[in-house]
Design a protein around this ligand. Structure first.
Ligand code: SF4
Length: 692
């Protein structure tokens, strides 16, 4: 038996593990001493490799290329040569007839790695000549990227995951780390043991609330009102760091004006909190010698998410909690490599290394490196994933090349997404399993899975980590970047790579932020945080050293905005708020965890809808009873989980179940800046299904 070093393919905690391989079969996973996980794993790390054995518990592995030559026809197995030829021909036809912007592509934030994401965005930009490339960051932490770039200059966690436990105050806002990042939750526990004050802002009594000094059980949809009230208290009670604000920030007077209507007493009807609770929270936060704000989807999946991220960053600026150890802002990224997909330019507005596509000098640099005419480069921001259904229905997007994403399971308002897909001329899905999206593809391109290839991931704290190949693939599958390169070459742009490292080095040469992160350095150090601009640079455990921010003026930008109500409010027909959440045993669209025997035994379809006993009693619903959950967009079956930790008036569901897919119910009110949908808030009703 041999032990192969890898990095967990599930959440952004970036836990290192060893895959124990017997022959060509993985038999178990062991924890390894990584920078973020200290020899610990959660259950997904320990049991989440079983899908590589093609268990067929949820859905079969894609084992050979397939083509559906006619709409409504059947998928037929074909050779790789035919799959590449046909895909290249159809994409070239659509580009010629409708222009480059009629083609949409995605990278993948999952097990494929940074090298593949680099190659995919290069394919979009150099071969198709479009900036239409995006990833699932759009539906999770896109607002964190946009909000932090605007206020501080970098769209990422300011400090390290390992530093959380050293902070003396944690403000945990809309972030259920026990379910979404269990190993990060350990750091929160350790911070508590080290004497930190814990303030939790969440409508549910989540696990972290149990150890919190204060739990602010705010009303669903009131984030901006609460963050503004926090700012109001910092100013009114003069709790803010006047010298820091004067030296390192801009916009105080506009900020003061913006929050002046948000006295805690004045917004109690919005937040559901007493003024005393809000004031006490800010007294604790401001008094701490070091304080960290952590947030998750409870902040970002709203129609006003970017504003709230900017508001949270402003609290850190007002109190001087940036630019040193043990402080900062922490959007804890969801999928294992969603930070990496963004780093690699799988975004419609940035080249790799956060270089703007609208900057002529950046376009010139990338065009020269890629051997194309700079004039051929798209000079406009591209299409975002969440815009695709609308643009497809308008006839503006005709083809969709989807790699390692499952929008027909994971996007808001699935009825709308299905209509959009039906309007597309050509859908290519490159994946490892027959997902919901793969089922409607015109071409299926089967790829190697995590475990069958190596590469580099970026975890949530900007740390690059290498992972190694453990087993040979069993089927007629290829590496993602090899498939993309073959299509590019067939389309007349010769593209060939021999190794991950060759791709990585090409990327480094083009990205000052990452230039010093060599394969050798990652091998030696295990975890290298960007920025790392030179070969002898050790990486950056915390950003904004000396309080120099990466904004145009070098100063932090204070920001507040008026609260906006969620787009759809409960009424007499749909009296409850639906909020989508995570569960600890399964991940994302479940195509991987649903095919792992140990994880599959933990939970089964049709999932759960969590509700308060008071609501359950009013509706005549018992715990574990089957119920219908309906919104204006659809109806799904689910199983009631009646639980006092839920706030009355709201219900909570996870989105990965095939039966009971709660995205049939959600709505796509998009944040105007990030394009992220409001999956944390829509109006639903729950009806008991009578026992048979
Ligand atoms: Fe994997 Fe995240 Fe669990 Fe760590 S905390 S083992 S990265 S799922």
């Amino acid at each position: 038996m041999k032990k192969i070093t890898s990095v967990c393919p599930y959440c952004g905690a970036g836990c290192k593990l060893k895959l124990v391989v017997d022959g060509n079969k993985i038999v178990r996973a062991e924890a390894a001493p990584g920078a973020t996980n200290e020899n610990q794993l959660c259950l997904k790390g320990y049991y989440g490799w079983d899908f590589l054995n093609d268990t067929r518990l949820l859905t079969p592995r894609l084992t050979q290329p397939m083509i559906r030559y006619e709409k409504g026809g059947k998928l037929q197995p074909v050779s790789w040569e035919e799959a590449i030829r046909y895909t290249a021909k159809r994409l070239a036809q659509i580009k010629a007839e409708h222009g480059p912007r009629a083609i949409m592509t995605t990278g993948s934030s999952r097990g494929t790695g940074n090298e593949t994401n680099y190659v995919m965005q290069k394919f979009a930009r150099a071969v198709i000549n479009t900036n239409n490339v995006d990833c699932c960051a759009r539906v999770c932490h896109g607002p964190s990227v946009a909000g932090l770039q605007a206020t501080l200059g970098n769209g990422a966690m300011s400090n390290a995951i390992s530093d959380i436990e050293n902070s003396k105050c944690l403000l945990v806002f809309g972030y259920n780390c026990a379910d979404s990042h269990p190993i990060v939750a350990r750091r929160v526990l350790k911070a508590k043991q080290n004497g930190a004050k814990i303030i939790v802002c969440d409508p549910r009594k989540i696990e972290t609330a149990r150890i919190a000094d204060q739990h602010l059980q705010l009303k669903n949809g009131s984030n901006m009102a609460l963050v503004n009230a926090f700012g109001y208290v910092l100013l009114e009670e003069e709790l803010y760091d006047k010298e820091y604000v004067a030296r390192y920030t801009e916009g105080l007077e506009a900020y003061r004006e913006a929050v002046k209507a948000y006295a805690p007493e004045a917004v109690a009807h919005l937040t559901g909190l007493s003024a005393q609770q809000i004031r006490q929270a800010m007294r604790t936060y401001a008094a701490a010698p070091s304080a960290t704000i952590m947030w998750g989807m409870g902040v970002t999946q709203f129609g006003q998410a970017v504003d709230v991220v900017k508001g949270l960053a402003s609290l850190a600026l007002l109190t001087g909690n940036l630019g040193r150890e043990h402080v900062g802002v922490g959007p804890v990224r969801g999928q294992n490599n969603v930070q990496g997909a963004c780093d690699m330019g799988v975004l419609p507005d940035f080249f790799p290394g956060y270089q703007k596509v609208t900057d002529p000098q950046a376009r010139e640099k990338f065009a020269r490196a890629w051997g194309i005419d700079p004039a051929a480069m798209d000079n406009q921001t591209g299409v975002r994933i969440t815009e695709v259904p609308h643009l497809a229905l308008q006839g503006k997007v005709k083809a969709y090349y989807i790699m390692g994403e499952d929008p027909l399971q994971t996007e808001a308002d699935l009825g709308l997404v299905r209509e959009g897909f039906a309007a597309l001329d050509f859908v290519v899905v490159q994946d490892i399993f027959m997902t919901k999206t793969a089922e409607v593809a015109d071409v299926l391109l089967p790829a190697t899975a995590w475990g069958e290839h190596g590469g580099v991931f970026t975890c949530a704290d900007r740390g690059f980590q290498r992972f190694e190949k453990a087993v040979e693939p069993q089927y007629d599958v290829k590496r993602d970047w090899e498939i993309i390169s073959l299509i590019a070459s067939e389309m007349g742009y010769p593209m060939h790579y021999d190794s991950n490292q060759q791709i990585w080095d090409e990327m480094r040469e083009l990205c000052p932020l990452f230039y010093g992160v060599t394969y050798e350095k990652m091998g030696d150090m295990g975890h290298v945080q960007w920025p790392c601009p030179t070969l002898d640079h050790p990486g950056t455990p915390y950003l904004y050293h000396d309080n120099r921010f990466a904004t145009p003026s070098g100063k932090g930008q204070l920001f507040a905005a008026p609260w906006r109500a969620p787009a759809e409010r409960p009424d007499s027909d749909y009296p409850l708020v639906l909020c989508t959440v995570r569960e600890v045993g399964h991940y994302s669209c479940r195509s991987m965890t649903g095919n792992c025997a140990a994880l599959q035994t933990l939970a089964d379809e049709p999932g759960f809808v969590q509700m308060h006993p008071q609501d359950a009693e009013m509706l005549g619903v018992r715990d574990s009873q089957l119920v219908w959950v309906s919104s204006r967009r659809g109806r799904v079956i689910s199983r009631a989980e009646v639980n006092e930790r839920i706030n009355p008036g709201a219900v909570y569901m996870t989105y990965q179940w095939w039966i009971g897919a709660c995205n049939e119910l959600t709505q796509d009110n998009l944040d105007p800046i990030s394009g992220t949908p409001e999956t944390k808030y829509c109006a639903v009703k729950v009806e008991a299904i009578a026992d048979q």
